[in-house]
Design a protein around this ligand. Structure first.
Ligand code: B4P
Length: 190
């Protein structure tokens, strides 16, 4: 089973590359961003709470996100493997994921990190703000807050997965196809 985590700052191309890898390796896509946006669109209680954090560029509380992942994993036990996109984003989430996967007997194969510089991230997200209407992509100060939260809360996960020998990085600029090729080559070496 191939179980991958896509890692990187907001706008690094996690969702974009997940689409390629799902097609190539026939994996299940678990994107916490997409799951949360679905809850917001359905105007559920969870969605309304999540929106108040997301619109300001803050992380949604761990308890909400971990509960969503647990439900999703237990529903898809027969999958070929998973791509976790945008999860885990905190050390508490990484530990919860390890516990959950241990109980299901499915280890993480590796974490794939996309490296992109800050100006490029901001340009990409502002452009997506125009084309998609996503509220968290429309204001530079919200985007900068997301990048700051990433540096403070999410980057420490690099050490967590490095200690398990599971951390791999590729350059995240260039054409979407070239980056996908870099990821596929990295996966073949794991
Ligand atoms: P996410 O939905 O995960 O959004 P994201 O970090 O902005 O990345 P995404 O994957 O969507 O974008 P991508 O880089 O592919 O999270 C949104 C919010 O949800 C978070 O801020 C947080 O509030 C909440 N949340 C989600 N998960 C959470 C968790 N686990 N815990 C707590 N809170 C959580 O692409 C960005 C743009 O770049 C796209 O427009 C794309 O077309 C473009 N792009 C991609 N590759 C490119 C390339 N090579 N060249 C040029 N443009 C490119």
């Amino acid at each position: 089973m191939l179980n991958l985590i896509l890692f990187g700052p907001p706008g690094a191309g996690k969702g974009t590359q997940a689409d390629f890898l799902i097609e190539k390796f026939k994996l299940n896509h678990i994107s916490t961003g997409n799951l949360l946006r679905r809850q917001i669109a359905s105007e559920t209680e969870l969605g309304l709470e999540a929106k108040s954090y997301m619109d300001k560029g803050f992380l949604v509380p761990d308890s909400i996100v971990i509960g969503m992942i647990r439900t999703k994993l237990l529903k898809n036990k027969e999958a070929n493997g998973y791509i976790f996109d945008g999860f885990p984003r905190t050390v508490a989430q990484a530990k919860a994921l390890d516990e959950l996967l241990d109980s299901l007997g499915i280890p993480i194969t590796g974490m794939l990190c996309l490296i992109v510089e800050k100006k490029e991230l901001i340009d990409r997200l502002l452009y997506r703000g125009i084309t998609s209407g996503r509220p968290d992509d429309q204001d530079v100060s919200v985007i900068e807050n997301r990048i700051k939260v990433y540096q403070e809360k999410t980057e420490p996960l690099r050490d967590y997965y490095m200690a398990q020998n599971k951390y791999h990085c590729v350059e995240g600029t260039g054409s979407v196809e070239d980056i996908a090729q870099r990821l596929i080559e990295t996966i073949s070496t794991i």
